[in-house]
Structure formats: C-alpha cells, structure tokens
Design a protein around this ligand. Structure first.
Ligand code: ATP
Length: 727
C-alpha cells in the first residue's frame, strides 16, 4: 500500500490532505465512494473509503489485495492508483467514472433495461475485462451491473475487484474458492453448492445473469429473499431470455446468454471463447452505443442523492403499526421463545420490505416464464429464511448435528450481526426510480420535501436494510470510527444530505448487494402477508421425476388426508372448507397425499445414505403441512369477523366479549386484549409453520445433495459398465 507509480504513470501520494473529497457518488456494503480532487495534479479522481472495522479481513489480506489491484493494467478494469490507511479506513484512489454504474443508470432512467446495441457494447467490454482477469488467474466473483462503471465517453470498466475480494478472502486462495461468495442472484450454482469448489466459469454464469439484468432492468429472481434465490438457482432450470417475452432481442443475444447460463460449469465457454460469439462480433463501439445513454442526465452525484432520498422515503412510508408490534413481542414473551432471536426493529424492517400482492402476481408470471423445474411452491416456502450463515455448508452441518445445534448456529449468527436481506427491495426501488423525462431527470421537488425525507430517513434508522457482501462479522451498529467519521474529510463542496442520514439511507438500497441472509425474525412478522398458495404452480422436470415414487397428477387435499397438528377447531367453521380446497387446487403436486408414507425419523434423514425415494415423500408431506398451515393462518386473519370472535369466546378460547347496548347486542370492535390474544394465536401458528418451513428447506438441501450423490454414483456405474463393455 501507499503511494504508487504504475509503469509510465503518474505517482499519487498517500497523503490524505492531498485529496479533496467532494460529493458522495456511490456506496456499497462497507465502502463509500467520493468524487475527489487530487490537489497536486488538480485531477478528478474517485476515492473509495473502506471501513476496516466492517471489513472481515486482516490488514495483510487487504494489503495483498490492494497490491493486486494496483498491478491490474487493462483498459476495462478499474485499477487503483494507490491506497493507504487513514484512521480505520482504507482509502483507495481510482479513476473517476463520471456516469457511475450501469445499475444506477438503469434505476434512474432505464428501469426496463437498455436496448440491445448498448447491452452488446457494455457486455463486450466487460467480457474483455473478464478475459484479462482470468488469464491473470483471478476470479472476479461479483460480476453484476452494479460493478460495471461507465464514464462520459462511454468507456466501460469492471470494478470492485481486489478490494472487495479482500472482504471475502480470510484464508488462502484455495479456501476462498470453497467459500460462499458473491451476490445471490448472480451466483453460479456451483458457488452455492457446499464444498464443490468453483473456478473462473463462475464469472461466466454471473456474466450471463448480468446480461439478463441489463436486458430487463433487474436480475432474475431479484424479487426473492436470498435464501430462496439460492435454492432456485440450484434447483430451477437456468433463467434465460424468453423467446416470446423478449421478442425485441436478437437470436444471437439469446443464444449467447443461454451459453453462459448452463448449470454444468464445464459446458460454459471461457471468456476468450465467448468473445468470439457472433453477438460480440457485431457489437458497436461503446462511444456510439453507450455514450448516448446518459446524454440528457444530470450529474452522477445528483442522481445518487435523488435515489437515496427516494429510498429513504420509501422505507419511511412502510411502518408497522405499533399495536401489531406490541402483540408480537407479547406473544414471544409469553411463549418464552428466544430461539428466533426476535428483534422488533428487524421485524418491522422485514415487514416493511414484504411485497404487496401485485408484486406477487408479477413474481408468479416470472416464475412461470422461468419454467421452474422442481416442485416447490415459489413464494411460500422460502419467504422465510433460515437466518444468517456463512454458507449453505454451515447450515447443513448444523442441521446434521441436530436441532439444538441449528439453534445455536442461528443464535450465534444472529448475534454476530443483524443484517437484513435486501433483494426484495429492488422491485420497490424500481417502482420509485426516477423516470427519464425529455431532457432531464426529475429530482425531489423542493428543499422542504427533501428535509421531510431526511427526517423520515432518521426515523427508520434501525429498520434499514443492509445489503452487502457475506461478512459474518458485519454488524448493523455503526463502528466507532463511523461514529466519529468525517474528520478526515477535507471539505464537501456541495453539501449532500447529512452524513448521518446518508448513512442510514445507504443501508437501505439493496440495488444489487451481495448476500446478507435475512434475520429469522422476519419470518414471524405478523404484518408480512402470508402468501396463500393460490396462483402458484409447481412442476417437475424430467430428471426430478425420475426420483419420484408415485406420480398421480393433481391431487385433492381434504381434511382427512392431512395430518395437521393444528386443531381444526381453531379455524372458524365458516371458513374451514375454502382454504382446504384452495390449497388443494392450486398446488400441482404430483403425489397423492394419502400415499405419502410416514416420515422417516430425523436420524434417518440426517444419514446421507437415505435414498431420495424415501426423502421425497417426506418433503412432500412437510410441504403440504406448511402450505396448509399458511392457508389456515391466512384464513384466520381474513375471517376475524365479530361473529367468529363471539363464537370463539363462547367456546372458552377467548375472554368473553363485552356487549354494548348501543349497538344492539352486536360485538363491539374487538378490544385490544382480545386482539392481542388472537394475534398471539396467529403468531404461534406462524411459528409452527416456520418450523415446518425450516425443516422443509433443510430437507430440500439434503435432497439436492443426495441427488447429486446419486447422480455421481450412477455416472460412476455407467462409466464402469462402459469400461467393462469396452474391455
Ligand atoms: N471509480 C468510481 N467512479 C465512480 N463511481 C464509482 C467508482 N467506484 C465505485 N463507484 C460507485 O460506488 C458504488 C459502490 O462502489 P463499490 O461497488 O466499489 O463498493 P462496495 O462496498 O465494494 O460495494 P458492494 O456492495 O458491491 O460490495 C458503485 O456501485 C458505483 O456506483
């Protein structure tokens, strides 16, 4: 580290006062990027200020990575001029890319993505960068639109190499290749598989996802919580450009994307080979196709500021009513539940991030277009996540050690940090992103409006979502250096929103942040809509069908073939029928529930030799119960009519209802006490449902692993047979 002189390049000093920090132009999980002036040359540069307190690596790792970054020499890769430590921050000085990232650009003006010619140019330049990095023996590991930077001339550079890698690399290279690194939506299936290891082909997958991101304005699965994204990536057919929906794109673009998004990494092309694809051969020079994208937009820092304010406003508007919050905490208190590590602020934050029904519908459309290949209900099972973990492997290990260990793992992970998932924010942010309007981008209307937003931003401080790389040690609370931040900041020319509000807002946008698994508390949020199973269809690909024991087509769930431990008497009579039928009719389950054998013991399940044919029925059973319980809860919520409340109280389940003479014996609006008790009941049901959901998730993971094992055994057998035949 320190001042640096690259071949035939100017030397930049390691003296902080030589840099005049101007506006904030970007922020990531642990870094803030400023436009700055390097005073000795009077040159505009970018200074990335990385908070070492929030970085998961030791100084040696950081030094090594910064060194690597400064040695990079390619026109399409951002390199560091120099880097040095100031207090507890690492400053990395880089060329300033005046148009920011492709992600910012899309959020501001191209919410539905760019046109093909611009995409072709951006991707080609990015691919050149990848080709260079791979030749040098590097894997970028975080290729995404948020890390593709543009400058005013249309120059495209891949960023976030090196320094961000340091955040992941706490061990040697080999070990780091077995870690769980990246941003879920962009992560290759092999990166998500425990212990499988990966190579530069993982970047090719992320490159393919980035192509889809640039084409649609968001990455596939970006609306889902990270845990669900992981499972979808592993289990579903790869996403791609749809031949019907994406008519505007050329065949060669579609082909190129399909080549990148092959699950078998050995079948993906190298960057070098991909560059020879016809799609790139015909790509226009970026100064023709990219430059025009930002011709009419205001300066980068104003765009960033506007986005921050919008994000803050969006979050401030989504508040959980305090009565509900109170009910939840009461409920948890009464049950003595600590296993979930409840944090009301987190709960509220999660609740505020849950999408509304419209989004769910959109999700369904997307699901169907993606032709999911394994039968699980999108949007239900994995709305709730397992907690924060370093890796799937860690979770799996905990699972195999039994429930107590799982609990400990969750608790310890939750203690380590309270990071919340952020991908589900994307859609909302897209909705509020500024629209390109003629010659200018609409900004916040007035100063007073801005002030209001900032005040609101402060109000939602601890509810903000943090997106960022997978850093187990990262905590939401501000570091001491952060609290005492700014002394090193030389001067701010045009004063942006206060540092504090910026920091708060900064945690919110999860434009495309690397993986932060959500806190378990999210699952228990009462205000989170419990999605009915309605509308989701499940399908199984041929491969998974091969593992099935019984294929019976759609089945009908009736009360007699469900083994619920929820007493049906708790369900209002009036509505018992409908949820059952609803649940039955929408799930395209291909097992008949009556024929599902009794569940194997958890001991059996923990034994990896359990065949898939035994596991699958168990999974199906669990799934039925989960979705059924969701419906029941939904139904309870929807049907809390006064009549039922009265009925319930007469049955001794609730305290007697007060009668009012004023309303002719009708039930008064439910008293807070009664509401509270009902909410407690619902909350308990939810907790039970969560248990099942977690079990199901764990079983699914195991199933995936087992299937892989089975496949590899089959492959080995086949190879053996072939050798025998050959012999
Ligand atoms: N050299 C630069 N010039 C202009 N803007 C930049 C530059 N480097 C980064 N940015 C902006 O700052 C944002 C955050 O930077 P960066 O991705 O390096 O931070 P990070 O903490 O590593 O983020 P991540 O969450 O991806 O890990 C980028 O998305 C981009 O918009």
């Amino acid at each position: 580290m320190g001042g640096n002189q690259n071949q035939n390049q100017k030397a930049y000093s390691a003296i902080p006062s030589d840099y005049k920090l101007l506006e904030e132009v970007g922020y990531g999980a642990s870094a803030t990027v400023y436009r700055a002036i390097y005073l000795p040359f009077n040159e505009v540069v970018a200074v990335k200020r990385l908070d070492l307190d929030r970085c998961n690596s030791n100084l040696d790792d950081i030094r090594r990575e910064a060194q690597t970054m400064s040695l990079i020499d390619h026109p399409n890769v951002i390199r560091a001029y120099c880097s040095f430590v100031v207090d507890s921050n690492l400053w990395v000085v880089m060329p300033f890319m005046a148009e920011g990232s492709c992600l910012h650009l899309m959020k501001i003006a191209y919410q539905d993505g760019f046109e093909e010619s611009a995409i072709g140019s951006i991707l080609k330049e990015t691919l050149k960068a990848l080709d260079y990095l791979h030749r040098q023996g590097h894997i970028h590991r975080d290729v995404k639109a948020g890390n593709i930077l543009l400058d005013t001339n249309g120059v495209v550079k891949l960023a976030d190499f090196g320094v961000s890698a340091c955040m992941f690399d706490t061990g040697d290279r080999q070990r780091s290749r077995n870690t769980f690194v990246g941003t879920p939506c962009w992560m290759a299936p092999e990166v998500l598989q425990p212990g499988s290891g990966y190579n530069s082909k993982a970047d090719i997958w992320s490159f393919g996802i980035t192509a889809l991101e640039l084409a649609h304005g968001h990455a596939p699965f970006s609306k889902y919580p990270p845990m669900k994204v992981l499972l979808m990536t592993i289990q579903n057919a790869p996403p791609g450009l749809d031949y019907d929906r994406d008519k505007k794109f050329s065949k060669s673009f579609k082909e190129m994307v399909a080549m990148c998004l092959v699950k078998d990494q050995t079948k993906r092309p190298t960057a070098e080979k991909l560059l020879k694809h016809s799609f790139f051969k015909h790509a226009k020079p970026p100064e023709l196709s990219v430059k025009k994208l930002f011709a009419d937009l205001p300066p980068l820092w104003n765009r960033v500021k506007a986005l921050q304010l919008k994000d803050a406003a969006q979050l401030a508007l989504k508040k959980m009513p305090s009565a509900e919050q109170e009910a939840i905490s009461q409920s948890e208190y009464q049950r003595g539940v600590s296993a979930w590590n409840f944090d009301i602020e987190d709960l509220k934050a999660q609740a505020s991030l849950v999408r509304d029904d419209d989004d769910m519908l959109e999700t369904k459309e997307e699901d169907e277009s993606m032709k999911s290949s394994v039968g699980f209900k999108a949007g239900t099972s994995f709305q709730f996540s397992l907690g924060k973990s370093n890796s799937i492997a860690e979770l799996s290990q905990a699972e195999s050690r039994g429930p107590t260990n799982q609990l400990q793992l969750y608790e310890s992970l939750n203690k380590k940090g309270k990071a919340l998932e952020g991908d589900s924010l994307d859609r909302n942010q897209e909705n509020i992103a500024l629209k390109k309007n003629g010659s200018s981008t609409e900004e916040m209307a007035s100063t007073s409006e801005k002030d209001t937003m900032q005040t609101k931003a402060k109000a939602v401080k601890s509810r903000q979502t943090q997106s960022g790389p997978l850093m187990p040690g990262m905590v939401l609370s501000h570091s001491s250096s952060e609290r005492a931040r700014n002394p090193e900041r030389c001067e701010i020319e045009s004063q942006p929103p206060t540092e504090k509000s910026n920091r708060e807002v900064r945690r919110a946008p999860s434009f495309s942040g690397p993986l932060m698994l959500p806190n378990r508390a999210s699952a228990n949020s009462l205000s989170a809509p419990i999605k009915s199973s309605a509308g989701y269809r499940d399908s199984m690909d041929d491969k998974s069908k091969a593992n099935l024991v019984q294929i019976k087509g759609r089945f009908s769930v009736t009360s007699e073939n469900l083994d619920l431990d929820i007493p049906l008497s708790t369900v209002p009579r009036r509505s018992q029928g409908s949820p059952l039928r609803k649940s039955a009719s929408v799930g395209d389950w291909i097992f008949e529930s009556k024929q599902v054998p009794t569940s194997p013991s958890s001991k059996d399940l923990n034994n990896c030799s359990v065949p898939a044919s035994v596991l699958m029925p168990h999974l199906q059973n669990l799934f039925q119960q989960t979705s059924f319980q969701q419906d029941l809860i939904m139904n309870l919520l929807n049907s809390l009519q006064p009549a039922e409340v009265l009925d319930a109280s007469q049955n001794g389940k609730l305290p007697p209802l007060p009668r009012s003479t004023e309303n002719n014996g009708n039930v008064e609006p439910a008293s807070s006490e009664r509401e509270r008790l009902l909410l407690i009941k619902i909350s308990e049901l939810q907790a039970r449902m969560l248990n099942l959901t977690d079990e199901l998730t764990a079983e699914k993971l195991k199933h995936v692993q087992l299937r892989q094992q089975l496949n590899s055994i089959l492959d080995q057998e086949e190879n053996g047979d072939r050798r025998e035949v050959d012999a």
